[in-house]
Write a protein that binds this ligand. Structure first.
Ligand SMILES: O=C(O)CCC(=O)C(=O)O
Length: 281
C-alpha cells in the first residue's frame, strides 16, 4: 500500500476504497482524508470562533499559557485548576509571551490564543453539528467503533509567528483506556496545514508498541494535580513523516501513534478543529 496515496472522505463509503483507508489507519496509526468539510463550512466554524474570542473575558489569574513543553498550564494552582476543570467548559489557553507583567495583552487578543477547549462539541451548535454529523458517525462505524462517545474537543490556532511546538506524544498518555486502543483523534484542517505553518508529523506504525507513559491524578489536596507513570521518550527525528492536509480535510489519529507539530514561524495561521472519540463499549 502506497503511503503517498491520496484518500477522500467519500472513499470511506466506497466498498473498495474503505478497506484501503482502514488498512492505512491500522498499518500507520493515522490516515489523511481530503474533503470532509467544504470550504464554506470551515469558514463558518472559524467565523464562530472569531466571535467567541471577541467576547472572551478571562480573569487575570486564569490567563494560562498552554505548552506541551513543560506543562505550563499545570504549574501554578490557579492555572492548574482552570485547566483541569475545563473538560466540560469552553476555556481559553494562551501562547507564551502574550501578556505583560500585569496580565494585559501585548499582542492583539485574536493572535494570543493557543487553543480553546474542551467542550465546544457540547455547547457550540456549529461545532456540535460537525462533531455528531452523519459523516463522522459513518467514519467511526467504518473503523469498527460500536458505541462511540466524544471525550473532548479543541480549536487549535497555531498562530502565525508564535504558534508553539507540540512535542512528540501519544494521545493515550492523556486519554487512557483499558484496554488500550480505544481512542481516536479526529483532526480537521480549517485552513491548509502545511510543513510551513506547522502540520502534524507522525511515526508510522508507532501505535503498535503500547504507551511509554500515562498521566494520572495525584491524591486529592496535593499539588501538582497530575503526575506521570513511566517516562517521556525521545524519538529519532528521522522517523517522523509529515502529514500536510488541505482545508476541509481530516486526519484520523490512533490514540497510541506518536505525533508532533513544529512551531509556526510562517505568516499563515493553521486553524484546526479537533476532537477525540472513545469506544464506550
Ligand atoms: O494541532 C496540533 O498541532 C497538535 C494536536 C495534537 O497533537 C493532538 O490533538 O493530539
Amino acid at each position: 500500500m502506497c503511503r503517498g496515496k491520496q484518500f477522500y472522505f467519500c472513499d470511506v463509503d466506497c466498498a473498495s476504497e474503505a478497506s484501503s483507508v482502514l488498512y492505512m489507519y491500522q498499518e500507520d496509526g493515522y490516515v489523511v482524508l481530503d474533503g470532509l468539510l467544504t470550504s464554506q463550512e470551515c469558514d463558518e466554524l472559524r467565523q464562530r470562533m472569531a466571535e467567541i474570542v471577541e467576547r472572551m473575558d478571562v480573569p487575570e489569574h486564569c490567563r494560562t499559557t498552554f505548552s506541551t513543553y513543560h506543562d505550563e498550564q499545570l504549574k501554578t494552582q490557579g492555572n492548574a485548576d482552570y485547566f483541569i476543570t475545563s473538560g466540560d467548559r469552553i476555556r481559553f489557553f494562551f501562547e507564551k509571551g502574550v501578556f505583560d507583567d500585569k496580565g494585559e495583552f501585548i499582542v492583539p487578543k485574536q493572535r494570543s490564543l493557543n487553543k480553546v477547549g474542551h467542550a465546544l462539541h457540547a455547547y457550540e451548535p456549529l461545532y456540535e453539528k460537525v462533531t455528531h454529523s452523519p459523516k463522522v458517525q459513518g467514519i467511526a462505524k467504518k473503523l469498527g467503533l460500536v458505541s462511540p462517545v466524544i471525550l473532548q474537543s479543541m480549536f487549535i490556532f497555531k498562530q502565525p509567528g508564535i504558534g508553539g511546538e507540540v512535542t512528540p506524544h501519544q494521545d493515550a498518555t492523556f486519554l487512557y483506556t483499558e484496554p488500550l486502543g480505544r481512542v481516536m483523534g479526529v483532526w480537521i484542517a480549517l485552513e491548509d496545514a502545511t510543513i510551513n505553518n506547522g502540520c502534524l508529523w507522525f511515526i508510522p506504525g508507532s501505535h503498535n508498541s503500547g504507551i511509554t507513559r500515562r498521566m494520572v491524578r495525584t491524591p486529592k489536596g496535593t499539588f501538582p494535580l497530575t503526575d506521570f507513570i513511566g517516562r517521556e521518550q525521545t524519538y529519532d527525528d528521522e522517523k517522523f513523516v509529515a502529514a500536510p492536509v488541505k482545508k476541509g480535510g481530516v486526519i484520523l489519529i490512533h490514540g497510541q501513534v506518536v505525533h508532533r507539530s513544529a512551531e509556526n514561524t510562517s505568516e499563515e495561521s493553521r486553524h484546526v478543529y479537533t476532537f477525540h472519540i472513545m469506544e464506550a463499549q
